[in-house]
Design a protein around this ligand. Structure first.
Ligand code: SF4
Length: 229
């Protein structure tokens, strides 16, 4: 199997040179992220941001705002983010109720304990599985976890190993292990890695039909070496 001729730190430097410095376009506070994630469907940065902006201006995003608004009013704002706004409105009410009743209105405070408990707490919220929990813990400044963008698990496994596993979970874990082994365990380094891999996976190394002819790291990519002949 072809092997990459590039380390992850080198790969990230090349991606940064190509795409520039990246910043998260979503709210990094844990509670706000969970609300933002429900603001669009199908969930994407653009859809969630549209719904979020509308919800913020027409209803507000604090637990009290969401509980005071009627499901109809919430759904009307959420329409800006795409499909099933009525269902997402009910989920927002559930999120707000849980944060108010179980966590005294302060979700961040409740995540301050052991990591396993924080992860368990986050995964009780609708739409949050392990990749989402990793993302919240990293960007929320709670633990510098080697999070992998959930829609871009393909990037590192292609570059490093030349092909993806059939299992999404295996790709996620392989990419996560590679980051954990090579990217310093700091918030800055791991958020930078997450954001650059996300950008590359969305723009060029797409899940289906990667644009290898436009890729700044093709000469160092095991997948490219494997498929060009
Ligand atoms: S060469 Fe192709 S597979 Fe490799 S990183 Fe670039 S786009 Fe992805």
């Amino acid at each position: 199997m072809p092997q990459a001729r590039i380390t992850i730190p080198e790969l990230l430097d090349q991606l940064e040179k190509f795409y520039g410095t990246q910043e998260p376009c979503w709210p990094v506070d844990p509670y706000e992220f969970i609300v933002w994630w429900q603001c669009g469907y199908p969930a994407s940065d653009a859809a969630c941001t549209k719904g979020w902006d509308k919800l913020k201006s027409e209803v507000g995003i604090e637990p009290g705002n969401l509980l005071a608004g009627t499901p109809r009013k919430l759904a009307s704002a959420l329409k800006a983010g795409g499909m099933v706004p009525e269902l997402r409105a009910l989920r927002l009410k559930e999120i707000a109720m849980r944060v108010k009743d179980e966590f005294g209105g302060d979700l961040r405070l409740s995540l301050a304990g052991p990591l396993s408990a924080a992860r368990k707490t986050l995964k009780k919220f609708p739409g949050i599985a392990d990749p989402g929990a990793d993302r919240i813990l990293l960007f929320g400044g709670i633990a510098p976890i080697a999070a992998v963008p959930s829609n871009c698990t393909q990037v590192l496994v292609r570059v490093l190993f030349g092909q993806e596993d059939k299992s999404y979970g295996a790709n996620y874990r392989n990419a996560q292990s590679a980051i954990a082994a090579t990217v310093p365990e700091t918030f800055d380094a791991r958020t930078r890695a997450y954001l650059l891999l996300k950008q590359h996976g969305q723009e060029v190394c797409k899940r289906t039909k990667p644009r290898c002819d436009q890729c700044p790291i093709s000469s160092d990519c095991a997948f490219f070496a494997r498929h060009r002949t």
